[in-house]
Design a protein around this ligand. Sequence first.
Ligand code: FUL
Ligand code: CA
Length: 501
Amino acid sequence: MSMSFPVRFAALLAAGAVAAAGAHETPPPAPFGAVPSARQLAWHELEAYAFVHFSLNTFTDREWGYGDESPELFAPTAFDADALVATLKSAGLRGLVLTAKHHDGFCLWPTRFTTHSIAHSPYRNGRGDIVGEVAAACRRTGLAFGVYLSPWDRHQADYGTPVYREFYRNQLQELLTNYGPVFEVWFDGANGGDGYYGGARETRRIDRLTYYDWPETWRLVRAWQPDAVMFSDAGPDVRWVGNEKGSAGDPCWSTIDPTGFHPGQADPRHLERGDRHGPQWLPAEVDVSIRPGWFYHEKENAAVKTPAELYTLYLNSVGRGANLILNVPPDRSGRIAGPDALALTGWKQLLDETFAHDLAGEAQITASAVRGADPRFGARNVADGRRDTYWSTDDGVTTGELVFEFSGPQTFNLIRLREYLPLGQRIDRVAFDWDSDGKWQEFATATSIGAQRLLPIAAITTRRVRLRVTQAAACPALSEVGFFLRPAEVASLPVPPPAKP
Ligand code: FUL
Ligand code: CA
């Protein structure tokens, strides 16, 4: 993940030297296709963060509360936002999205708009505010803070009428204007059905296309939190990946044509893969729970995912250009339960061991061609640990190769690739060859790269490895190429079949 200080320093010097040369600078390639916004670029860098499902369901042992549960039941005995955030941070997670209100309507903050909230619970004698406590802990610890506010509310009597839409926006406004910066607003697609609805106890259906008037809600969110990304099946900034198994498609393009998509209404297969030449940058977020359910249930303590399973989820999400939102639900005390904390620690250790040593950092790297023969676009840029430097070729040169030569035979079984995102997703396909006694032997291929591609492969031992860009829509802009050795515990995970051309 990191590079040694001398390498970084040399890269900076090289960049500075060229900048000083001035006049004959080669211009960078023009962007290709849809490109990310500044808020999307910042979001891509977070890569993996936590989902925290915590509410009345934690105490009723349910997944979907009906809406008639008493706030009196919300009674965590040892909730400590700093401890929660510290546990998540030490697992390598870079943010946290909290269920401020789930489908049952119970609010984790003392909202002015309903009494169905923490203010009427025993927690801190009704003076607690879990949203505020978690937001402040995130700020202190350097984690990005995000909110989930369920559009569906099974408690509110006016759910299904236009009055509720105002209520929903009022709640959003409280969350987005009282608690500091928010990096993501999560709009759940589960909407409408049976519920308590203020005692009506009936089934209410809503028209997903019109009921919430999403364009207006999105506009308000932009005004309250201009830097926040909004998540839903339809974006507008981040798309649902289409499943809750923890896996993006292969390929998984960050671009898509979202025509006809609405929150709660899109084709899951389409969301998993995106569209190669989709007109909108709408990258995928993979939501998955560390346990079978989203809320804590004691009976699931033995079903917490293992470190190796979490590692696979990481390869299949972050490793396919998506972000991972890993749900870690606190128990009734308010703490992360023992099995979950243990799994997180083991997972973090596997990731740290994997990325501790990048063979590309010590390799001689030669390119078939360099844009304008200018070192600012040279081969070395793929191994400097920086996302903002990249190897590129002249306009119109859409194939090319990089040869990595190690000082002696080296063994690796994981490859990492990153494209320089501000210029769009340019590469369609790459192939890798190893040097078998002077003959190149192909051993891996991949299609979509984008923010990051992690390619698990069967171990290769070689002195030289070659990356070929075999198809691209515009001259490539590759910002990182790395070669790693996975720890023994996860070295034999299933290796995906070669990508189809
Ligand atoms: C779903 C919800 O119905 C689940 O309860 C959970 O919150 C998950 C993240 O999204 O649509
Ligand atoms: Ca770089």
